[in-house]
Each structure stands twice: as structure tokens, then as C-alpha cells.
Design a protein around this ligand. Sequence first.
Ligand SMILES: *Cc1c(COP(=O)(O)O)cnc(C)c1O
Length: 390
Amino acid sequence: MSKLPAMSAVPFSQPLVAGTELTKIGEAIAAGHLASGGRFTDLCENWLAARTGARRALLSHSGTGALEAAAMLAGLTPGDEAIMPSFGYPTMASAVVRQGATPVFVDVEAATLNIDPGAAQAAVGPKTKAVFAVHYGAVACAIDELVEIVRAHDLSLVEDAAHGLLADYDGRPLGSFGDLSALSFHQTKNVTCGEGGALLVNDPALVERAEVIWDKGTDRARFLRGEVDRYRWIDVGSSFGASEVSAAFLYAQLEIAERMTELRRGLWRRYHEGFAQLEADGLARRPAAPSGHAHNGHLYYLILPSPLARDAFVADLHAAGIETASHYQPLHDSPAGSRFGRTVGRLVHTEQISRTLVRLPLFADLGAGSVDRVIEASYYAASRAVEASA
Ligand SMILES: *Cc1c(COP(=O)(O)O)cnc(C)c1O
């Protein structure tokens, strides 16, 4: 009896490769400028500012670096509080703690998995200085409500738009709503240089200080523009810039970013249409696809009816050679979160979602055939999982 041919595994994620990265790195080497602030840094920053409308885009070594700079620029000091969703990435909270301030964790909305504006409003107190919001999967959070809250209480709004490049809300780019926004170019993101990120400075009043913080706390940017005759240490700073090697790599990817985003959106839609019946059958919930929001196909997930069903579903997919991932371990009851942070309200959705969400493979080169294979395996796995855990 012949055995069925072993099918190749479907990886969860593979970094994008444009193909022109080495040529551009070669150009950077030939130009003799490898530190930050070279031609490719300028090209990337101008590209990002043009696409988002930011007053200034600053390329960083990481999205985490951009979040840390944002926490500095938001003026967080010891005793201050910053409200954020517990369903988020650790360095968003860590950036606040590094300033001596306290992250205040609130719940997310069940539909979008983004910060619940009602919960954020309820957490505002005399120490509140900022609200940090994530656009999970590049689906916009409740921007209008959040902007109203930060205006009413004179708070800073920081967007963790790490997922959000080339996604928009009502025709306005993600990253353009906050005083400050962080992007990431980590290898798991749509566009990458391995490790990288950017800070979008939308508040014109913060641009000059952002440049100082970026460049070791010095006024070197003004010196380079000929505005001062030598540069000096003038503020607390760090070295947040990205190397020109990274910038050259990234620029190669930015050149094809729009096309790659379309490709990812196509794969996302294929999943979404393919899972319509799964949702109708009550076996899993699909992501909300709010009208008027254009996401960028950053990630696709399913939410299983129970933690038990999720774990069985994942085990079946893994047995079929399909890699998956989960998201996020809640920040509020993580070891550092409970040490450094505070929680307001009951975080019902955060806790439920972190135990029932499964992320499926999605990357530019995944291919429609692999998506179909994942869909087929998921129907089988979800039926078995839900039956077994009923
Ligand atoms: C990736 C990511 C970060 C961190 O970005 P790095 O570039 O890896 O430092 C922060 N927040 C979110 C939501 C992310 O997905």
C-alpha cells in the first residue's frame, strides 16, 4: 500500500525579501556612510512621512525604541499613569515603566480586540498623562472616541501602530491620529529590515525634542542644518537611530510595500471568505472587518469557542504540519505587569481572547494554495475540537 506523500509544512511567518536589498546595501557601503542619518535613512523617513502625513518620521533600531522615545516625549515622569490595553505587547508597558510611570491596564473590545474607550474613560484620574492604543492586526481602534477622551482631559495619545503600515481608518493612515506613533519593522511585520522601527511625530511642538532625544541628547540635527556652530549635550537622550545598512535594506522593501500589502490583503480575504461557513456553523469566530477601515493583511486569526477547543484545534493543525501562534499573554497578570502596573475594571475579553485566539500562517509569499490547505485543515480541526470540548 502506498503512503500518501508527506506534505510540506506551512510555516507561520517568513520575512519579506524584495530582492534588491543587497544592491541598496552596496550603495550605502559605496557612499561611505554606515551610521544613521545617511541617504537611505532620509529616503525611508521621507517615504514614511509622505505616506502618513507625519510632521517628522524618525527611523529607529526597533519599534520598541520608538515606543520608548514616545514615552519620553509624552513627558511621562514618576507618579504619572498611562492607560493602555492589557492585550498588547510588553514593550509598550515597559516604555512607560522606564520613565518611572505606571501602566494602567484596561480591557479591549470583543469585536476589534482594541482598547475599549469606555474602559479607558473610566480609568482616567488625576495622575493620567497619556493613553497608549494598539491597532491590533492593523484594524483601527476606536479613534474618534479616544481622541475625544484625550482632548477632554488634556492627555497625550500614543499609537502603537507596529502592525499598521499602509492601513487606514476612514481614509486616514494609522499612525496619524496620535501625538506620537510607533511603527515596527521587525522580521514578523509586513515590511522589515530584521530589527527596525520608526517614530511618527505628529505634534509639531515635539519635533525638535524628538530629534535631540534621537541623537544622544544632543542638538546635532540643528548643527547639521547649520543652525548652531557646534553640537552639545542638551537633554536626556539615547541612540535611537537605525544603521544605514538597515535603512538601505528597509528602503528596498518600502519600494514594493504597496504591492506586497495588496498581496497580503488578498490572502487575508481568501481566509475570510473561506471561513464564512466555519463561523456560520458556530465553530469559530472570524476577525471583525469594520467597514471604512482598510487593514493591511498583517495577520489572520480565529477565535475558538473555548480554551480547550483552541488547544485541540492547534494540536490538530500542528499534526497537519501547519504552524500557528497565539496572542497576547495579558500584560496585567504577567509577572512584570502585576509588579509595575495597575488594573482598572474586569478584563474579561482580554483574558478570554488570549486563551482562545489562534493566529494562522500569513506572509506575502504564502500563496493561495497554502491558504486553501490551512482552511481545509481548519474545518476538520475545528469540528473535532468543538465536538471534543462540548
Ligand atoms: C512588534 C511589535 C512591537 C515591538 O516592535 P519591535 O520592532 O520588535 O521592537 C510593539 N508592539 C506591537 C503591537 C508589535 O507587534
